[in-house]
Every structure is written in structure tokens, then in C-alpha cells.
Design a binder for this molecule. Sequence first.
Ligand code: GDP
Length: 237
Amino acid sequence: MTEAPRTEAPMTEAPGEPIDEAAIEAGRRLFAGECRFTAGATEPAALPPIELPEAAFAGRSNVGKSSLLNALTGRRALARVSHTPGRTQQINFFSLGDRLALVDLPGYGYAQVSKRKARDWRGLTELYLKGRPTLRRVLLLIDARHGLKPSDRAIMTLLDGAAQSYQILLTKADELKPDALEATAAAVAREAARHPAAYPEVLATSAVTGLGIPALRAELARLASPDPLRSGTGALE
Ligand code: GDP
């Protein structure tokens, strides 16, 4: 079998089929289009109706989630880069051209989060993660400098229990030398392989250098509803 051309180093390859140029282009197109805030929910009753396929971003406070969302969408302040970790317990929904919703989950695991906030997190975010039929994938962000922490492992166990598929992304990859990044990615991938709902592959990203961003866009485009202007299976049919 001939291998499709790689656009990233093997370690940064996304799961599923090899990322080829067509997939990268599909991702670029999806993210070049409209991206708008559609809803913010601070309690379960305020979650928006089930509509688009969804990809949710989860991670410890300060992991670099806002920066990654901004880098992905090319918008500077889509998700405000917050310097008050753990402040808002709100789930934010963004629609990409009415084909895919990006869902920004509240950060977890920060020491300064009060017991009440931790309870709110569980009430809202756990409920969302466990029971959202349109949630196609959770992107679990891990700081490349720190690797997996107990609070990350708790989320992985929760997602395994809900049979909710998830993929681990390393953030701030630019902070590590290539060897150290490779070693962290391998260690995290070894651990992910033991979790039934986790993709075994780990994608390294950087909001600063753009590493992994085109591959992640391509991977997310695979979860989106078909592009009605391009696809024979789209809404125009
Ligand atoms: P959030 O709390 O998960 O939304 O994290 P933020 O996006 O607010 O980022 C937390 C801190 O990490 C900020 O100081 C960012 O500038 C920094 N940061 C975020 N992404 C990167 C990255 O890719 N590389 C580096 N070097 N720093 C980053």
C-alpha cells in the first residue's frame, strides 16, 4: 500500500486516515468560513438544542485552550485568553459555517477553584460530556511541559465510562526541544492506548508556531456536516 504524503512529522499526525492534502484543504476551507458565537451556557437548562455535530475542547485551566481555539479559527479574541484561571464555568458554543460546533468547556483542575466551582463544573460539564448525542469528539488538551495530571486522568476515566471518544492534544509544543516533545508525546500515547475511548495517537500543537494546526483543522473537518457547496451528499441534494 502506498502511503499518502505526510504533511506533518509522524508524531503530529492526526488519527484516522492519513492526513493528505485534500483533507488539509477541507480543513482550511472549513475554518476560513464564518465562525460565530451561538450560545453560552452556565447551567444545564441553558444548553442549546441539539443541532450540529460538535467537537468539544477540554483541559486544565491555563493549558492554552483559548489560545488554541484562537489559532484554529484565526480570530484573535474568539475565546478570550483569560488570566484568571477557573473564573467562568460556562460552556461556549461557536458555529463554523453551520457545519460544526466548536465547544469551549470550562477549565478544570486549578488549585484556586473553589469547591462550589468544582461542583458547578461537575454539574454542567459532566452532564454535557456524558449525554450529548451530537458530541462527535472531545479534544483533551494537555500541556506538553507537564504531561498527564491526576485531574486529566479523572476526565479520561469519565469519558471512557461514557464511551465518548476523545483525542489528546499536546499544547505549547514550542516550549520543548524536539527530543523532549517526542518523549512526552510517546509517554502520553502509551497511556492513552490503555484507555478504551481514547484515540491512541497524540497530536502536538502550538498556538505560537502553528504546529499541528492544519492537521487539527483537517481532523475536525472530518467531523463536520458535508460542505453543501462542494459535496454531492450535502444539503443541496
Ligand atoms: P486557557 O486558560 O486554557 O484558555 O489558556 P490560555 O490560552 O489563556 O493560555 C494560558 C497561558 O499559556 C497564556 O499565558 C498563553 O500566552 C500561554 N500559551 C498558550 N498557548 C501557548 C503556546 O502554544 N505556546 C506557548 N509558549 N505559550 C502558550
